[in-house]
Each structure stands twice: as C-alpha cells, then as structure tokens.
Design a protein around this ligand. Structure first.
Ligand SMILES: Cc1ncc(COP(=O)(O)O)c(C=O)c1O
Ligand SMILES: N[C@@H](CCOP(=O)(O)O)C(=O)O
Length: 567
C-alpha cells in the first residue's frame, strides 16, 4: 500500500455527512482519500469504490474521480519491476480500493481470473516496431475480443459479479439486486462488455451500437452472443447518439430507481483504473530493454476517441510514473486535436455536401451532426466523454493558483466543469483560459491523422518489417513518427498503443495491403473469427425517432421478460 499521497486535493474534509447541493452522502472514514470519490461537477462526495463502480455516472451528470491521486510507494521501481501483469495490477488497484471493501485475497483472485483469459503470457506485450527510432508498440489486443477494452472489461465484469454475489447473499427473487448495464459502442466496448458479462447472474447488459457503422467483425462479435442476459440494440444514428442516450438514461430518475443502471463505458471509473496497469507494465518492459539508458525520456502515444485510454496514462503520470508526454492521436474527428492546438473544445459544424452525408473536402464522408465516417470507426466520436475528467484537474489546478483552501479549489473546479459542459450542450463548444491550455500542453501533445496517412502507415510497416497494423493503431504510429521528428530518438523512446487486432478491420487493412506482394488477409485472421459471420444473431433495431424514451421502454420490457424467465 502507498505510504503517502500526492494531493490533487490538499486537505481532506472530515465532516459527516457532506452536503454538496446535489446529494448528501455519509463520509466513510475507513478509506484513504484515494479510495473515496467525488464527481467532476461538484457533487457526490465521499462515495466508495463499490458505489462508483455500480453507479457508473454521478447523480449530477458528472464523472467520478478519486478525491486524491495516490503517490507511488517508496521504492516502487525496485519492488514492482519484475512483477507479472496481474501482480502489478494488484499493487496499483490496492492504492484505490480499500481492503475493507475488497479483501486483498479476493482482489487478487478477481485480477488473476480476469487476465487468465488473455492469450499472451505477458498480457500486454511490448514489441519493437522500429529499433533505430526507438519506437515500440504496446499490443493491447490479446484478450477475448481482440481489442484493448478487454483489459478493463474482463476485470469490470468480475467486479460486478463480486459485488452482486455479496449483496445478494440470502436473497431470493425480486429482492435480489439486479444490475441493468447500458452501454454505447462504436464497436469494441460492446463486444468486450458482452464477453465480460455474458451469462453472469443478476446482470442484464444492453449495448447500443450505431447501425451499419461498426465493422462487420465487430457487429458479428456482439450479435452472435445469444446468452439470455445479452441485448444488442442497433440505433439509427452515430456513436454520439448512442452515448447521449446512455447518459439520458442515467439522468432519468424513473429507470434508475427501478432498474439499478450500471455503466461499462469509460464513464465507469473502474475502466480507467484497470487501464493504468499497462502504462506501468510497458514502462518496466521498456526500461529493462538494452536500448534504454537511465535518463532517457518516454513518450506514450495513444489513438484517442472517448479519451479513456489516454486518461489512464494521465493518472499513471500523476501517480509518479515518469512519462515525459502523452500524445493524443485522433482521426479526422479531431475535437481533441483542435483543443490542444487552440484551447477551444467545439463540435465542428460540417458545411455543404458533407452536411448532407456527401464527401467533405478532405475526402471523408460526413454526417449532419459533424461525425465523419473514417477507416478507424471505433474513434468516430464527436464528443469525448472522459475529457471532462481532465478538465476537472485543469480547473482544479487553475483554482489552486488563487491561494484559497482545498475545499474552495474543488468547489471551483466542479463549478467550472459544470459551466463548460453547459456551454458545450447549449452552444456546441467552449474556450478555456490560455493558462489552462498551457497546463494541458505540459502533459500532452496532439496529432490528427487522416485516412490517407492511416493507409500509408499500414502499408509502410507491412512492407518494412511485415507488421500488420490495424487502422487505429496505425493512427498512433503515424503520430509517433511525427513526435519522433520533434525529439531525438537517442534520448526519447516512444511507446505507441496498439488498440485492436487488424483482423477486426478487414476493410482498411485490405485497402492498404491488397496490392502488396504476398499479402493475404488469411495470415492475420485468428481462428476465433473463422465462420463468425455465419453464426445465428440476435439484435433489436431501435425504431427511428424512438429517442432515449423508446430505448427506456425496450430496456424495461426486456429486463422484465428476463426476470420472469421468459427469455
Ligand atoms: C480500437 C480502438 N482504438 C482506439 C479507441 C479510442 O480509445 P478511447 O475512446 O479510450 O480514447 C477505441 C475506442 O474507444 C478503439 O476501439
Ligand atoms: N471506441 C469505443 C467507444 C466507446 O468508448 P468507451 O471507451 O467510453 O467505452 C468503442 O469501441 O465502443
């Protein structure tokens, strides 16, 4: 366990209960500040890990963050450097989860079980992509659904199960706590959540995907799971429409009080926490490699959409992992890149032909709502949920400059985030103070990568070395190459995150490699995908114009059928 904590908050409020305008919670003093949670919009102070994992989204619409980010224990480097992935996860998670909530032996068993499903012995292996440039690839796709989401969702599924078994001891029938998970996906979260939760007792899982906008393999992975507790909903719209529907359901007191909603998207804090492990694991793998010399800098480059993956890196950095920069890599849906360039976070209006679903100037198909359909569909996201968590930290630090006490700083941060989110909703965007932008640029850089550059990158790395990148990972690699040009490879090592297996995105890979001598898609096709498209499917289409209320009706009806044993 940690023997000290680095405050994002300095003073720990000690009064019980805490009233915050949104909710009144009883503070649990058996947990350290890094084991208690607050909301980015100022409410819900003092919640425990179990509460935030089961609630998913705070009552005020904000996202949960720990009251303080724990610092690393003394000698962490020597103590942790030879640990396996699961052992490392136990050390890190124990900083955020009190043993009074999950006894260490139980947490260890949950973690071991979660990562026993991975095909690679290292769980997330680090491979050398370009030795001369000191460019490494962190392969995060060795879990059951071949995408990085498995790292968090295998664990989250087991955590849900653990909490529910404990809550339901001795209870029968309608007295049992039944969790209704609702999630939005652009392809990968959905299948990873379904594989993490299929067949689990006392959980129903509803996954909303944008109809026709996920890859054929992703669609087949989700809809061929026929377990009674799994429900796929195809929505006529974009990923953002699905995400907005999920958030509207969480904000609805009616369904929340009757169905106990749970979240699997990266709005759920456990998703972020679980992902911090691979930043540490990659750090140790790199620093033990012969090419790394003490004092070398490390940059991690992350293909980003909802900002959950890179946010885990930000937490690792705040804890004390020596990462020089985190590089955000976006596709042509570039709201994040535009923020880092100009300090404006705004949905971009799409004009002319593109607005009608035609072809935009840079060749990508766009829709009325501004989302472009790119070759990296899992990142076709207009508004990044987790950016709100980073905004809280930026606002908090800005407030701290005023020299007031910590309670005040937190209150200011919550109010600022709430105001920004309101502007985003009502005006489509907001601008931050230059000092806040500067602070964001201290930890992060950003790059935007077009479809054309994505294809070129896939092609280059196949023809020079035979590595087949998926389009999302290729975006990270293209951004890494630009970052390498700005730094000296002798001094700075780059770790680029490979977020999915290439076989999930046959279209882009084929487009890039079809004319390459000797390339055949069969060589990258895992046996798990063979025959997948022919299997029986179950999916329900949400009627056009049904809105979130229509989805609520479907969810209520299907859960009722499940509980009655009709399904
Ligand atoms: C393959 C792949 N790469 C990258 C991303 C972007 O990750 P994040 O949304 O956490 O930024 C996603 C989706 O989340 C994804 O599925
Ligand atoms: N790219 C994701 C979109 C959902 O993001 P999440 O990380 O918040 O779950 C997907 O593939 O579904």
């Amino acid at each position: 366990m940690s023997d000290s904590v680095t405050p994002v908050g300095l003073a720990v409020p000690t009064t019980t209960p805490v009233t915050n305008g949104h909710s009144e919670e009883t503070k649990d003093t058996t947990h350290t500040p890094s084991q208690r949670y607050l909301s980015t919009r100022g409410g819900s102070y003092g919640l425990s890990f179990e509460e935030v994992v089961l609630k998913g989204l705070a009552a005020d619409g904000g996202l949960f963050i720990p009251e303080e980010v724990p610092a690393l224990p003394r000698d962490w480097e020597s103590k942790w450097k030879n640990l396996s992935f699961s052992e490392l996860a136990l050390e890190i998670l124990s900083l955020y989860i009190s043993p009074s909530e999950i006894p260490t032996a139980d947490l260890k068993e949950i973690i071991n079980r979660s990562y026993s499903t991975f095909r690679a012995p290292e769980t997330t292996p680090l491979v050398t992509l370009n030795e001369k440039e000191n460019l490494y690839l962190l392969e995060l796709f060795h879990g059951p659904t071949f995408a990085f989401k498995d790292v968090a969702l295998q664990l989250l599924g087991n955590l849900f199960e653990y909490f529910l078994v404990r809550r339901n001891q001795g209870k029968t029938g309608r007295n049992r706590h039944h969790l209704t998970v609702v999630g939005a996906t652009s392809g990968d979260t959905g299948s990873a959540a379904i594989y993490g939760l299929r067949g689990k007792k006392d959980v129903s899982v509803f996954i909303l995907h944008p109809k026709g906008r996920v890859s054929p393999v992703q669609e087949a992975q989700m809809t061929t799971v026929l377990d009674a507790n799994v429900h796929n909903l195809a929505v006529d719209g974009t990923f953002d429409d699905c995400q907005d529907t999920v958030k509207a359901l969480f904000a609805d007191p009616k369904i929340n009080s009757t169905l106990n909603l749970g979240a699997v998207n990266s709005i759920n804090w456990a998703r972020i926490l679980a992902q911090t492990t691979y930043y540490f694991h990659a750090y140790f793998a790199l620093t033990k490699s012969p090419s790394y010399k003490p004092g070398n800098k490390i940059r991690v480059v992350v293909p980003s959409g909802n900002f959950g993956d890179i946010l885990a890196g930000y937490f690792a950095k705040r804890m004390g992992l020596p990462l020089e920069k985190l590089v955000v890599a976006t596709n042509e849906n570039d709201i994040l890149d535009r923020f880092w360039k100009a300090g404006k976070y705004e949905k971009k209006p799409v004009k002319g032909a593109a607005a009608e679903g035609g072809i935009a100037e840079d060749g990508a198909k766009a829709h009325e709502d501004g989302v472009k359909e790119t070759l990296s569909p899992a990142m076709d996201i207009l508004v990044s949920s987790n950016f709100e968590r980073l905004l809280w930290f930026l606002a908090y630090e800005y407030a701290a400059g005023a020299g007031m006490d910590d309670e005040w700083n937190r209150k200011q941060a919550g109010q600022e985030v709430e105001a920004w989110m309101k502007e985003l909703k009502t005006k489509g965007g907001f601008e931050v103070h230059q000092e806040i932008l500067k602070a964001a640029q201290t930890d992060f850089e950003s790059e935007r990568v077009s479809d054309e550059q994505t294809l070129e990158t896939i092609k280059d790395f196949y023809s020079n070395g035979g590595y087949v990148l998926d389009p999302h990972s290729a975006i990270g690699v293209a951004a890494s190459l630009r970052s390498i040009k700005r730094t000296s490879p002798a001094e700075t090592h780059h770790i680029s995150l490979a977020t999915a297996h290439p076989a999930k995105f046959a279209n882009a890979v084929d487009l890039a490699l079809k004319n390459e001598a000797g390339f055949s898609f069969d060589t990258v096709l895992p046996e798990e995908f063979i025959g997948l498209e022919k299997k029986e499917r179950r999916v329900r289409t949400v009627p056009k114009g049904a809105g979130w209320e229509g989805v609520r009706e479907i969810v209520e009806e299907e859960v009722e059928a499940e509980l009655k044993g009709v399904r």
